[in-house]
Write a protein that binds this ligand. Sequence first.
Ligand SMILES: N[C@@H](CCC(=O)N[C@@H](CS)C(=O)NCC(=O)O)C(=O)O
Length: 214
Amino acid sequence: MADFSIVLGTRIWSTWSMRPWLVLHRTGASFDETVIRLRADDTVAQVAAVSPSGLVPLLTDHRFGAPIQVWDSLAICEYLAESFPEKNLWPADRAARAVARSVSAEMHSGFARLRHSLAMDLFAEKPGEGYGDEGVAAQVARIDAIFRDCRARFGASGPYLFGAWSIADAMFAPVASRFRTYRPPLSDVAAGYVETITGDAGFRAWEDAARREL
Ligand SMILES: N[C@@H](CCC(=O)N[C@@H](CS)C(=O)NCC(=O)O)C(=O)O
């Protein structure tokens, strides 16, 4: 048996699945995965049968005898950071880590209008759609400001928000996908960061697996 198993939702749509999957993939740990089809007649029943929260993703750690279950995307990311300290899944520097946790939590709990109007649709091209909806431009501007601020203050050592890849990049990967699909106006820094994330090996591995699901 693999060390971990993870239950995901349909890859082209499930932003909450993509985030912890990218982190798990980055650890190099062995894992099995199950994908539940979202937006189907039996989705609610299928998810309820396996997940305490009635939502995916769900991670199970099989390394310690009795299986340890972790649900909710950010909790899974934190659990993996704790499990693999040598992978530096959060930035090593305290000040950078504080900001990385803050922007990750801000992503996790916020941006409802962007999530609704610019829903992830991994391979779609819908330039201009949704940007005019109420509140979307302001949320795009806030994310652009996060990208510019993190890259300027912490990004000198590499192409990611905090230089080296971190959980913060996984948290914003679905946003990069949305920006590629809907093409809202972005600063050069934000547009460059979107290219970095959508060209990343982990992101491409997610896309390859998504193609096999279609
Ligand atoms: N706060 C949760 C949100 C999880 C969530 O909303 N998952 C959706 C799929 S992306 C789900 O399970 N939906 C169940 C359904 O559609 O019945 C997290 O961060 O993991």
